[in-house]
Ligand binder design. Structure first.
Ligand code: SAH
Length: 249
């Protein structure tokens, strides 16, 4: 049996209770060494075999799982944040399907949630934004043309850009071309929830210099939209005395 587990954004105590129990039971752990907090490996049994997937190919990961299955061992495949976002989890599942190996997923706290916590912001404020667009700038990995950053930017919704801090000039160009005002607030959150977390507030216009002055090129998220400075939003209906809900008359 294989468990795909989300490790959380960084801080070791952000893994779920279920995820930590699975780590304690695992005979084999394959963890994404580039971004998973190594402290999480303290949960492992002494005899647990541990592999760092940042040095492995998909084929090598599958070989390690196959070997474990042959000995009826339980494997945890530990991904950073939540594995549903930019983690190449589906291709592993498809290989396991071909081999008839069973698996289950245990979610994690994605870095986009960690970044919101770092800034104490709400991505969805009444009258400001009711949608969050999670995307990335096209780089070595292409993005389908229909999802070009400038096209998504036209919505002026809240945007969270993964894997794009090293491409800040292009991000600025696409955001402006898409219709964001140059003064739209932007936050850059580096290593959200890690001990060396840093965040910077700037604007679409000053994004490239903010990123370069602070030498941020990876492990960062770019958050775009008025929710960053949370001005001019309307109070929610949810807790308004003049508004009734199923739970509160
Ligand atoms: N599955 C992960 C994302 C993996 S892609 C998740 O749910 O968070 C790797 C990218 O995620 C990084 O380049 C960076 O843009 C972002 N990232 C991951 N951890 C981060 C953190 N703690 N703080 C800021 N950005 C992070």
């Amino acid at each position: 049996m294989v468990y795909f587990v989300g490790a959380g954004a960084g801080a070791a105590d952000l893994i779920t209770v279920r995820g930590s129990r699975l780590l304690q039971k695992a005979d084999v752990i394959i963890y994404a060494g580039s971004l998973v907090n190594p402290e999480l490996l303290n949960y492992a049994k002494t005899e647990c075999e541990i592999y760092d997937s940042s040095k492995m190919t998909l084929e090598e990961v599958i070989e390690a799982v196959k070997a474990a299955e042959k000995d009826s061992k339980m494997t945890v495949r530990l991904h950073t944040g939540d594995q549903s976002i930019y983690s190449a989890v589906r291709e592993q599942m498809d290989e396991l399907d071909k081999l008839g190996i069973q698996y289950e997923s245990c979610p994690g706290v994605s870095s986009f949630c960690g970044a919101a916590a770092a800034l104490n912001i709400e991505y969805t404020l009444p009258d400001v934004a009711q949608s969050v667009i999670i995307t990335r700038m096209a780089g070595r990995t292409p993005v389908p043309e229909k999802e070009r950053l400038s096209l998504l930017a036209a919505h002026n919704a809240t945007m969270v850009l993964f894997l794009s801090a090293g491409l800040a000039d292009k991000v600025r160009e696409e955001l402006l071309c898409g219709g964001y005002d140059k003064d739209t607030p932007v936050a850059v959150v580096y290593k959200a929830t890690w001990a060396d977390e840093k965040s910077f507030i700037c604007t679409v216009d000053t994004l490239p210099e903010t990123v370069s002055e602070n030498k941020i090129s990876k492990t960062a998220l770019i958050i775009v939209g008025e929710v960053v400075t949370h001005g001019n939003y309307r109070r929610s209906d949810l807790y308004n005395p003049n508004f009734t809900t199923e739970y509160r008359k």
